[in-house]
Ligand binder design. Structure first.
Ligand code: ARG
Length: 461
């Protein structure tokens, strides 16, 4: 029996319970952060004279050796170690002898693990932000290539009004800006150092928490020792920010799935991003957006798990909190893989089919609002014009024709104010270019958005 607390215990842990209890199989992911945190702690202990400078240096070197052993694959702790923190301490003591046992002076695994998770998240948030940046660049590039491509705009998944495809894609750029801002806010709350809170109440040693925080590049220290070891709000907030990223990706994923169907035929998927069916030879399946849509569920699930895990937990640390790790790691892996896959899909995995898009925007009544606007601009109250156009559309539907196939005398039988210019007013190009209001889909407005998007990317690079 060789757990740190074995002197207090008479019996060894039941093997099944040892497995149940152990987090080493997943918290090994934190090892680099654990080593970095421990090195800072050792340096602080030495600076404060709690251990000698020489001892501090030996501990730092020993931890560095463990880092090398881990990277080379030589250090692979099994579940006998319980968790990464104990595994590192045990290996350190093997390497530098009894001095290794001084490392845990003035700290606990409770403040240690909170520090590790914060160090981990700080790095992962930066990586996800870089992935998002790449995603935004791709959205912008494709938008710029499709300023003049028109696509039906929908509400209730019914054809509503045509829009510029660039405008449609830039809507996702806006969502990504908010995703970036949310991650940035989470980062600020993550970026505080809890180390030195001890088990829950602080420590009797004359530590310098500011110094440790500074060595680890934290913006400051947490204020209350109980809160320091029991706070996982930042994990929930991170899972929430990631859930919204998945909401956004899944919405575009769903659109791409629809667009690639026989019914829409708005996009063509490249062989590089689709699979076939093992039985139906004609099929090409949109696996990437389907998986993104599907993986959204697990990210939401992790958010729910974190909220439930924390609910009603008494202060301070409780073992329940060990459950934060797998949720967190899987959230990070899932988000990063979805962002990478969607970026490839949009950048090189699909092409927009201009003929079918052109056919789509020219074959419906999505110009009906513009007929009402036409009359309203000539002084007819909008609601009256709207009712009149309702009758017009009904007539056309009954006769199986489109508005632009209606001869002028028939327009005029509905209202004498209709003139020859009505035909120009209802082309999809005109319908789009007429929407000049700020944030609208007219070319000038979309160009303004593109300029703003470029500036945003430049400023956030
Ligand atoms: N493996 C634990 C976790 O992940 C580390 C903290 C354990 N603290 C304790 N008092 N048992 O949460």
């Amino acid at each position: 029996m060789n757990s740190p607390w074995s002197q207090r215990f008479d019996l060894a842990l039941h093997p099944t319970i040892a497995q149940f209890n152990a987090s080493i199989l997943f918290d090994i992911n934190l090892i680099e952060y654990d080593l970095t945190g421990s090195q800072a702690h050792a340096r602080m202990l030495a600076k404060q004279g709690i251990i000698t400078l020489e001892e501090g240096e030996q501990i730092v070197q020993g931890l560095e050796q463990i880092r090398q052993e881990y990277r080379s694959g030589a250090f692979k702790p099994g579940i006998g170690a319980e968790d990464v923190h104990l595994a590192v301490e045990r290996r350190l003591t093997e390497i530098i002898g009894d001095l290794g046992k001084k490392l845990h002076t003035a700290r606990s695994r409770n403040d240690q693990v909170a520090t590790d998770v914060r160090l981990y998240l700080r790095e992962q948030i930066a990586l996800i932000q870089a992935d998002l940046h790449h995603w935004q660049q791709t959205l912008l590039t494709v938008a710029e290539n499709h300023l003049d491509t028109l696509i039906p705009g929908y509400t209730h998944l019914q054809r509503a009004q045509p829009v510029s495809l660039a405008h449609h894609l830039l809507a996702y750029f806006e969502m990504a800006i908010r995703d970036q801002q949310r991650l940035q806010e989470v980062y600020q709350r993550v970026n505080l150092c809890p180390l030195g809170a001890g088990a829950l109440a602080g420590t009797t040693f004359p530590i310098d928490r500011e110094y440790t925080a500074q060595l680890l590049g934290f913006a400051g220290v947490t204020r209350n020792s109980l809160d320091s070891v029991s706070d996982r709000d930042f994990v929930v907030e991170f899972c929430h920010a990631c859930s919204l990223i998945m909401v956004h990706l899944s919405r575009l994923a769903e659109e791409i799935i629809l667009w690639s169907s026989q019914e829409f035929q708005f996009v063509l998927l490249s062989d590089r991003v689709s699979t076939g069916s093992s039985i139906m030879p004609q099929k090409k399946n949109p696996d990437v957006p389907e998986l993104v849509r599907g993986k959204t569920g697990r990210v939401f699930g992790h958010l729910q798990a974190m909220l439930t895990m924390l609910k009603g937990l008494p202060l301070a640390y409780n073992k329940d909190m060990q459950e934060d790790k797998e949720a967190l790691f899987d959230t990070v892996t899932t988000i990063r893989s979805c962002l990478a896959a969607m970026t490839i899909l949009l950048a090189e995995g699909l092409s927009f089919r201009s003929e079918s898009l052109g056919r789509a925007v020219n074959n419906d009544f999505s110009n009906a609002t513009d007929v009402a606007d036409y009359l309203a601009a000539k002084g007819i109250p909008f609601r009256e014009a709207y009712n009149l156009v309702g009758r017009l559309v009904k007539t056309c539907v009954e006769e199986g024709i489109l508005l632009n196939q209606l001869p002028l005398d028939r327009w005029q039988s509905f209202h004498p104010l209709f003139g020859e210019d009505i035909y120009d007013a209802i082309t999809p190009q005109h319908v789009v270019s007429a929407r000049q209001s700020y944030g609208g889909t007219a070319l000038e407005q979309v160009k303004t958005q593109i300029a703003a998007a470029k500036e945003w990317l430049r400023a956030s690079a």
